[in-house]
Design a protein around this ligand. Sequence first.
Ligand code: FE2
Length: 271
Amino acid sequence: MVSTVDDLGLERATGLIGAWVCNFELGAPGNPARSGTLLRALSEHGVLFFDFGRAPEAAEYTEFAGLFGNVQAVFGQQVKNQDEDAVPLIDSRRMPMKEHLINRWHSDGGPLEVPPLAAILTPYELPEAGGDTMWSSMYAAYDALSPTFQAMLDGLRIVNNNKLASFLEPKEHIHPAVVRNPVTGRKCLFYNPNYTECFVGLTDTENDVLCRFLTEHINTPEFHVRLNWKLGYVAVWHQQVTQHRGVADFTGPRKLKRLTVDGAPLIPANG
Ligand SMILES: [Fe+2]
């Protein structure tokens, strides 16, 4: 029997972004139809939330991530084995949010020629309060612009690099300012405050004004969903359809494990 998005028992988290997947058990056998259904839901909703009731074991976490594509341990590297240590840890003590620009809107791998498709995140240790993660819908951000502004952005390209992130190996790539999701056919704003240095062909003044406007625009609450983490929650987000940020309002340790899956070449707005 062909599985459909309806089989996942989706409950929308907000009006514009995010859905809880209520009909899915950790360890459920994967198959191409199931993966296709999950990937369609991910493209439609931008971020999927799961409540497995307990923190997943390393092997089952990697297996779960594999439902969404080819799993990378870190960008560009394959998972060598399924040891606990193979899964990268986002540890607030080793990677303070503010110093690592985690509490600013971004999508991961922005300066790469082919950014990862999705990230999978789950907590292993949480502060007593705070430390939420937020996502912003880049469908909603694009759709809220006037047709005239959309047409201008559709034809622009952006320089994405990690000059602000001195802890990363320097990388730069030129991307479309707007990309099209191949599953839904919808357009997404691909400008990214952490990684977009400028728009190709604009003057410094034009760039300054446009970047400030888009950074503010992404921060519109109607485009957002926010997760207050509990052990056993897993979030999966689409890196082109959404941007994300942490909320640096906590003290004490905060440890999450993140996996990423390979992306495909970006499709420009009019491609
Ligand atoms: Fe990130």
